[in-house]
Structures are given as structure tokens and as C-alpha cells.
Design a binder for this molecule. Structure first.
Ligand SMILES: C[S@@+](CC[C@H](N)C(=O)[O-])C[C@H]1O[C@@H](n2cnc3c(N)ncnc32)[C@H](O)[C@@H]1O
Length: 233
């Protein structure tokens, strides 16, 4: 299947949550004041109905890394702080997570990142071909019921656009605590144009791995991490 056979943005389904518990006053302040300067313009259909590719001059020619579903943002800020030679983009539709990330950005004073506060598929539409050199997918929504497995990120609706926007040789890291997610990742990611490079378990994460909120929850609840590394062909 080519990604031109996938539904257009206005016909995509999004099944996740966009709002959680009431935001604290400080978080409302971050959203009101800090989001707009960091938000990538021209990603939503409303702002860019023609789906014109983004002008990436804001990266200053630095390599571009992407985190899908950054949750509370601990991994994204850690990567931005540790890699000032890179520009990072994070996509996340859950407002409480975005507010948490903005608080961490203020505390860490990192400047080499941009946000898309929404569905990563809208970002895929407008990223230029082969523009991303590393992708992080940490603890994607597990969708445990078999009838919901087609909602997972590791399906062609996400993987084909991801393949288009990643450069040859780009690294694609996936962390999950769900054995059946590993199965589906190993089945569906290689046909989209990525080779499996490394598969590791608990205690053998990437050397710059800071862990995430969701991983800590999984460990407390007795589930084991799996770390997969793919390389774009
Ligand atoms: C289980 S949480 C993990 C969060 C974080 N990566 C961590 O490890 O703590 C999965 C996250 O993916 C986000 N997500 C789900 N679908 C998404 C999409 N289409 N685009 C961007 N993020 C998405 C959810 O909102 C949620 O915050």
C-alpha cells in the first residue's frame, strides 16, 4: 500500500484522550504563555489546508529528531538537553502532557525543540520527504483488545507516512511493555521500510535512555520493558 491510499486528514479517527484531570494554575500559565512560541505553524488542516510542506529553516540546518506521543515530556527534554546539535519535534495531543512538558522546558531552559500539540499524522502530512533522522516511540498506547490492534501506531496508517519523512539510515526506537506489541512491531515495521537492528529487554535500554513516566508505572505493575531499534532502509 502506498500512503496515498490512506484516508485524508479530515477522515482520520483519533481514539486517544486529549484532556485529563483539571490543570493546575501553573500549567494553565504554561499553556497560555509558552506553547504558542514553541508550536509549529502550518501543521493542522485549518492552518494549512493545502498541506504545503513545512519550512524547516527553524532547525538552522541541524538534524531533526521526532518524538511521537511524548506524554509528560521527560524523554523529550532529556534528549533536547543532551543533544544541543539537534532540533527535536514532539507531537502529543494530550493537553495535560503538553502542560507537563512546558513546565519541564522552563525548568531546563532548552530551546532546541518545537511542538505539535496534536495528532502526529497531521505532522507527517507536512514534513518534507526524508527530513527526520531519528524517531522515538516510547510506550505507545497498547490497545490490548485484539479488535483494537489496528489502532496501534505500528500499522500502515502511521508507518507509511513515517517511512516517507525519515531519511535513509534514520534510527527508529520503540519502547513498549506489551509482548504482543513487540510481535506486531516486528511484523509490521520491516515491510514499511525499516530493518530491525537491535532487540533488548529490561536493563539493556539505549545508553542515553532516561526512562519515562509510563515505563515507571509499567515496572511498578510488574511489566517488563522491551527496546527495539530499527534502521530506515
Ligand atoms: C501510553 S502513553 C506514553 C507516554 C510517554 N511516551 C511515556 O513513555 O511516558 C502514549 C502517548 O501517546 C500519545 N498518542 C496517542 N496517539 C497519538 C498520535 N496519533 N499522535 C501523537 N501522540 C499520540 C497519547 O496521547 C499518550 O500520551
Amino acid at each position: 500500500m502506498s500512503d496515498s491510499a490512506l484516508p485524508p486528514p479530515e477522515r482520520r479517527n483519533f481514539y486517544g484522550r486529549t484532556h485529563g484531570k483539571t490543570l493546575r494554575a501553573s500549567q494553565k500559565d504554561y499553556l497560555a504563555n509558552d506553547l504558542e512560541p514553541l508550536r509549529l505553524k502550518g501543521v493542522t488542516v485549518a492552518e494549512n489546508p493545502a498541506r504545503t510542506p513545512l519550512d524547516l529553516s527553524l532547525t538552522g540546518g541541524r538534524p531533526l529528531w521526532l518524538e511521537v506521543g511524548f506524554g509528560g515530556g521527560e524523554h523529550l527534554v532529556h534528549m533536547a538537553a543532551g543533544n544541543p546539535q539537534v532540533h527535536l519535534i514532539g507531537a502529543e495531543p494530550f493537553v495535560n502532557g503538553i502542560a507537563m512538558l512546558l513546565g519541564k522546558i522552563r525548568a531546563a531552559a532548552v530551546t532546541n525543540l518545537s511542538l505539535h500539540p496534536g495528532d502526529v499524522r497531521d505532522l507527517f502530512d507536512v514534513l518534507p520527504d526524508a527530513s527526520v533522522s531519528r524517531v522515538f516511540l516510547n510506550y505507545p498506547d497498547p490497545w490490548p483488545k485484539a479488535r483494537h490492534h489496528r489502532r496501534r501506531f505500528v500499522t500502515p496508517g502511521y508507518l507509511l507516512p513515517l517511512a516517507r519523512v525519515t531519511a535513509p539510515g534514520a534510527e527508529f526506537r520503540v519502547a513498549t511493555d506489551i509482548p504482543d506489541y513487540v510481535r506486531q512491531a516486528l511484523e509490521e515495521i520491516p515491510p514499511a521500510g525499516f530493518a530491525l537492528e537491535r532487540q533488548a529487554g529490561q536493563g539493556a535500554a539505549w545508553e542515553d535512555w532516561p526512562s519515562t513516566r509510563y515505563e515507571q508505572k509499567a515496572l511498578r505493575e510488574g511489566r517488563s520493558p522491551h527496546y527495539l531499534t530499527f534502521r530506515r532502509l
